[in-house]
Design a binder for this molecule. Structure first.
Ligand SMILES: [Zn+2]
Length: 62
């Protein structure tokens, strides 16, 4: 399956990274904190995720 870039939406200081297929939130960042991980595949639908070129604005990156 071809990998796809996550959808990125910013609002109210929170940046959400969505699965492009099922729209599930993969990772959220706010105040330089991170919730979730940059998974290579969506845990919900299995869509491959391409994080190349995407840098999370956080202090701690796993
Ligand atoms: Zn998905």
């Amino acid at each position: 399956m071809k990998k796809m870039k996550p959808i990125i939406k910013k609002m109210d200081g929170i940046t959400n990274y969505y699965c492009p297929k099922c729209k599930r939130i993969i990772v959220s960042t706010w105040n330089l904190r991170q919730s979730g991980t940059k998974d290579n595949y969506c845990r919900e639908c299995g869509q491959g995720l391409d994080w190349s070129g995407i840098t999370l604005e956080v202090y701690w990156v796993d």
